[in-house]
Design a protein around this ligand. Structure first.
Ligand code: 8X3
Length: 250
């Protein structure tokens, strides 16, 4: 059987770890040529060597000029805007503006920069998928998540704007919004390297895996051309909302 993404050219941001790396593997496994984007060149090279047709591209998505320079001429027809992070769980009144900037620059401006660089080419070619990795934090707000939730609400607004602005273009747009995903660096980074605090987030919970998200993404982008899977919200079964989580005792 022909690989479902044979001939497709995908670009994944934040590809050095977590959902990004799992997605890159899934897309490559389905036959796509994949451009891996992240800041950490070494990690990208390692993953690129593992995949059949992959290119490592070291780039900070928050740098608009670099995104335009490095990406605008690539023949991408499947973009996965995945790069993102959260920093801290403090209330807004105790937040650090430098950390806010880093989160907003990556999660919001990064999506804008990369999408803006690649969209004109996709529109010229008249087909393609743009997948934004949002979050359930783009649908709900929780204490200590003000800036992260604001950034993911922004991602959802960007998704809606893209769909509206590009109606009839032949392009499809998807926001894929995961709940708790374990086995990634997300909580480690959020807790600023405190491994015990990061582990406590998933204590007693069978969290989603990056592969669960990659599998859903692959399903969505391999639907027939007339089907646009627009919004996918994926919760861990043990999670009813961003603040209600069932934990096994002990
Ligand atoms: C991460 C999910 O619930 O930690 O995007 O905000 S949550």
């Amino acid at each position: 059987m022909k690989s479902p993404l044979h001939g497709r050219r995908a670009l994944v941001t934040g590809a050095s770890a977590g959902i990004g790396a799992a997605t890159a593997r899934a897309l490559a496994g389905a036959g796509a040529e994949v451009w891996l984007v992240a800041r950490r060149a070494e990690r990208l090279q390692e993953l690129a060597r593992e995949l059949p047709k992959a290119h490592a591209l070291s780039l900070d998505v928050a740098d608009a000029a670099a995104a335009e320079r490095e990406l605008a001429d690539l023949p991408i027809d499947l973009l996965v805007d995945n790069a993102g992070l959260a920093l801290g769980v403090e209330k807004l009144s105790a937040g650090d503006p430098a950390e806010w900037s880093r989160v907003i620059d990556t999660n919001v401006k990064g999506v804008l920069n990369v999408t803006r660089a690649l969209l004109p080419g996709m529109l010229r070619r008249g087909h393609g998928d743009v997948v934004l990795i949002g979050s359930v934090a783009g649908r709900q707000v929780y204490p200590g998540g003000g800036v992260y939730c604001a950034s993911k609400h922004a991602v959802r607004a960007i998704y809606e704007a893209l769909r509206l602005e590009n109606l009839g273009s032949g392009l499809r747009f998807l926001t894929l919004d995961p709940g708790m995903v374990g086995s990634t660096e997300f909580s480690q980074i959020r807790m600023r390297g405190d491994a015990a605090k990061a582990a406590a987030v998933y204590q007693g919970v069978d969290a989603l895996t990056p592969e669960d998200i990659a599998e859903a993404l692959l399903w969505a982008v391999t639907r027939p051309a007339h089907v646009n899977v627009g919004e996918l919200v994926i919760w861990a079964s043990a999670q009813a909302s961003t603040t209600q989580v069932h934990r096994r005792p002990g």
